[in-house]
Design a protein around this ligand. Structure first.
Ligand SMILES: [Fe+2]
Length: 399
């Protein structure tokens, strides 16, 4: 067994507790994947007590590389870099010592096409988790990503959706906020999010979006590590990342986004950046909906302040939640998808006038997207996997 190269970084997170490792420390969350890149991946997990864990990883089920955490912590984050683009990796997390195989959990992940991002794939077994692996697409080839939100309060529905999404082997998935009913309650994160979504979390990196129910709780910022610095953001509430032909900008609609705000100024810089400009597709994700025929109706603040900027910078797709239904609208070249059917109580649709609506359905659901350099297609499925809606997004206008 080779010892891991110097490209591995273990984070001692603020929430980590120091102390001697007990004989057994079950994993209470994860493993889950964060900050995907073509050559990078962060693997995280939480243990019931401080433990100095071990991570095995490699491009085969035999792994080949190992990394020992230098100190005992509760919330573990191991950042791998210098990985091979477009490659499936297998990994195994051992919460204490190598001998503690009974508590081991395994998974796999796939790095993004060259020059861009990462993804992952499944694995699980009894107390542990075992993964399978899929070869990532070549540089310009297409990939699948998933989106859904508002899973709070209903781990049964979330588990069903997570299993369906995991079966689609997405490169990553976006959760559009409202993970739990109250973001300040750690027990809810474990019971209502990490446990029911485990099969998906161990195989697909998560791009998180802050919802109102997170309440900007410290748990959100401790559990998730987003590429804020890399995207020029001074907060982890909003950030952006690139994956293959896609540039994704994540906003925090619970904070000020008017033109005088710090968030708006960052959004402007991000959309005007070379990274965004070079992408074939620009996608925005935020919790609050934009167009809706459901309970809350249109969000006039977002429409007034953000939509003109999105249109000016050739954004093609805006993903959101908050309204607990599926609704697709198109206005001025932008497709707006509300995917708030992850488990929270459903809202009816067609209650209010939405002249831009193309399709709406009040049901638990998820959305899969296929993206490559020339096409971006979406498919919405209900929680049982039945197809609800299928659409293609027109390429953005030339500069
Ligand atoms: Fe919400």
């Amino acid at each position: 067994m080779r010892i891991a190269p110097a490209c591995v970084v273990s984070f001692c997170l603020a929430a980590a507790l120091q102390g001697a490792a007990p004989a057994r420390t079950p994993i209470t969350c994860g493993p889950y994947l964060q900050s995907p890149g073509a050559t990078d991946m962060t693997i995280m997990w939480e243990t019931a007590a401080p433990a100095a864990g071990k991570l095995l990883y490699g491009t085969t089920p035999e792994y080949g590389w190992s990394f020992f955490e230098p100190e005992a912590v509760v919330l573990h984050a191991v950042a791998l870099s210098d990985l091979q683009p477009g490659t499936r990796y297998h990994y195994k997390v051992l919460p204490t010592l190598p001998a503690e195989e009974a508590h081991a959990r395994t998974g796999t992940f796939v790095t993004a096409p060259a020059g861009k991002d990462v993804s992952t794939l499944p694995a699980e077994e009894a107390h542990a988790r075992t993964g399978t692996f899929v070869t990532a697409p070549a540089d310009k080839d297409g990939f699948v990503f998933a989106a859904f939100g508002d899973s709070r309060d209903n781990p049964v529905v979330l588990e069903a959706i997570a299993e369906k999404v995991a079966a689609a082997a997405p490169a990553f998935f976006i959760h559009l906020g409202d993970f739990v009913a109250n973001g300040n309650q750690s027990a809810l994160w474990r019971r209502d999010f990490f446990a029911p979504a485990a099969a998906l979390l161990s195989t697909a990196p998560l791009l998180p979006v802050l919802g109102n129910h997170e309440e900007h709780a410290p748990q959100y910022f401790q559990y998730f590590m987003v590429p804020a610095v890399e995207s020029g953001s001074d907060t982890e509430a909003w950030y952006s990342c690139d994956y293959g032909s896609v540039h994704i900008t994540v906003l925090d609609s619970q904070q000020d986004f008017r033109p005088t705000s710090a968030q708006y100024r960052w959004l402007l810089r991000d959309l005007a950046s070379e990274r965004a400009d070079a992408a074939a597709w620009r996608i925005v994700a935020l919790h609050d909906h934009v167009h809706s025929s459901s309970r809350r109706g249109p969000n006039t603040l977002v429409q007034k302040h953000l939509a003109p900027l999105w249109e000016a910078y050739r954004v093609s797709l805006v993903l959101s939640g908050h309204e607990h239904a599926y609704m697709r609208s198109v206005k001025n070249g932008i497709t707006y998808v509300v995917t708030g059917g992850g488990g929270a109580p459903l809202y009816p649709v067609n209650l209010t006038e939405n002249p831009f609506q193309v399709y709406a359905n009040s049901c638990y659901h998820y959305v899969l997207f296929e993206a490559d350099a020339t096409s971006l297609r979406g498919r919405a499925h209900d929680a049982a996997g039945e197809l609800l809606d299928k659409f293609s997004i027109d390429p953005p206008p030339p500069r």
